[in-house]
Design a protein around this ligand. Structure first.
Ligand code: G4P
Ligand code: NA
Ligand code: NA
Length: 189
């Protein structure tokens, strides 16, 4: 997605050899027009797959998930971090290890919002080690819904998450893949 590459080139900040900061349009401030375009692009890639639900994880996944779900005309469900006391009844949950923060969080989704008849598209902003995506895949598995695939805004190709998920036979579509952040330079695949 050329528009997104341009935005990353202009506004992305290379924090280290492994971390790309995109707070000005995706992770803190949101660029509505770009987010809508991102949503359209992800939706377009899965438009013939009978998606009935988009699944993401709070917080940064929600905006892009909403944009894609608007196009697909299906609801968005976002997994909550650290089981809130308001979540009642049957719950699906998974443990997600954050490599950047070196901590584990439990993510949860109420069984009310994922049914065995659902065809689920997982969406997230970043794919690094894949911990978040793997947690969401586990939640889909518990619900017995069908996983259609995973849509990612920015994949870091030099980290192993994408390959591991694809090796499991999961369809992963990333709008841009960053090949390297070495020496402060953003290189795309
Ligand atoms: P993983 O899910 O692919 O394994 O990644 P990891 O545990 O390393 O990611 C932890 C958090 O950092 C996630 O957000 C993830 O989206 C984000 N992240 C990973 N690599 C990068 C990066 O290079 N740049 C940016 N900007 N974010 C990255 P989170 O903790 O769930 O936070 P949020 O969704 O509330 O923003
Ligand atoms: Na994030
Ligand atoms: Na995220």
């Amino acid at each position: 997605m050329e528009l997104l590459k341009q935005k990353i080139r202009e506004h992305g900040i290379v924090v280290s050899d492994t971390v790309l900061k995109v707070d000005s349009f995706l992770n803190h401030q949101l660029d509505p027009e770009l987010i809508l375009e991102i949503g359209k692009e992800i939706a377009n890639r899965f438009k013939n797959d009978g998606v009935t639900k988009v699944l993401t994880i709070e917080a940064s996944g929600i905006a892009v998930a909403l944009a894609a779900a608007m196009e697909l005309k299906v609801p968005v469900v976002f997994a909550k971090k650290n089981k809130p006391s308001t979540l009642q009844g049957q719950i699906y949950s998974a443990l997600v290890h954050s490599f950047t923060k070196n901590e584990d969080v439990t993510i949860s989704v109420s069984a009310n919002y994922l049914k065995p008849s659902d065809r689920v598209l997982i969406i997230d902003d970043f794919l690094a080690m894949g911990a978040a995506s793997k947690g969401l895949v586990e939640i889909v598995r518990q619900s017995k819904a069908r996983l259609v695939g995973i849509g990612i805004v920015i994949e870091k190709g030099f980290q192993s998450g994408g390959q591991e998920l694809r090796n499991q036979g999961i369809r992963v579509e990333s709008l841009v893949t960053v090949k390297s952040l070495a020496s402060g330079q953003i290189e795309f695949c």
